[in-house]
Design a protein around this ligand. Sequence first.
Ligand code: SF4
Ligand code: SF4
Length: 420
Amino acid sequence: MDDQGLYAALVQRGMTRRSFLKFSTAMAAALALPVSYAPRIAEAVATAKRLPVIWVRAQTCGGNTESFLRAADPSISTMLLETLSIEYHESLLASAGAGTELTRTEAMARYPEGYVAVIEGAIPEGASGAYCLVGGRPVRDVAREVCDGALATIAVGSCAFDGGIAAANNALTDAKGVRGVVGDGTLITLPGCPMNVVNLTSVIVHYLTFHEWPPLDQRNRPLSVYGNLIHNECERRPHFEFGEFALSWGDEGAQRGWCLYKLGCKGPESMGNCPTARYGAGVSWNVRAGHGCVGCVMPDFWDQMGPAYKRLPAPVPFLPNVTTDMVGAAMVVGVGAAAGVHALGMGVRFKRRARNERREALAAAEGVAVAEAVDALPPDEVTADAAGTAPEGAPVVTPVADVPDPATAEGDSPTGAEVR
Ligand code: SF4
Ligand code: SF4
């Protein structure tokens, strides 16, 4: 490893002091630290020795290598990462075959005090690991060897995190994340498809500054990177609050930068720093560019966060198998049923009231008491009536279907009384 400090190496590559301090401030922000930490970061990075890195590619498309190599022109992160001592990366080495294998094993032996293992891609366990071979050996075994001697393993990208796309839909290769090959060693995961190179940089800067790795969550993700909801930092969030949504790609709402939630944006369900770290040297990120978040940083994202252009049914707290859509449907059915029962009850009530009014009108017309009117009715129209006013056990009047309504009837009543 080169003995010069990182700052000297960066200056040699054309970095000014001003941009170096700017970088330190940006790193403090990426690590969710107060800006007052920037001088400490600058001092630590300036004097740090370069970290040796052994980068193993497993079952991967190579997107994380692309993210690493094509960060920007020339971004500070790129310069810092280039000054890492990349001892082995099969895509960057000029050698091939047995020479490449030798490079890796020699690098591991050269740094007995430790190096950083970076693993990109999933580890296929199916067919005894035969789906991904490095130098004729399952990559699982190669990765395990490299991780065993590492200060820490950084799993870059969603495939290294938990299998990612390689593990989607019960994949044939039985792809897994890197956790299974790390054993008891330190594991830091940086999910994302691909990971953001800013986050890899901030993890390394944290180690150089504080001589320890950043605080992690239960899935080994740095809290500084994955501790916030993307939705909360999104620049389209005010439109969400005002109910202003794009309803189709390219419509007026989309052109005016309105919220993409109704087009399937998963920002409300995804944890990450994409809106603040951004991609392409901090220029933009997908939601800013006009595409909804697909939740690529989340566990099992391909199966759990898709389809990309449909909203997710929101789970109900503490009831993981119940969604708010299901609750909504149940409420609609429940409210409909309650309204039906209410309408039925009101109908019965109105009918009963009309019947009683007709009965009283009939009794008044005949000049007899209600009880006498009951006596005048045929036996089949006299039944128990729970809502009636008769003494307990006494028969009371129930609906008299053929008694004309006094308000409309003309001529004689069925009993012969004239209705006025
Ligand atoms: S575009 Fe997505 S992340 Fe942004 S406010 Fe809308 S739903 Fe949230
Ligand atoms: S905004 Fe969403 S889709 Fe884009 S990188 Fe972040 S988590 Fe992945």
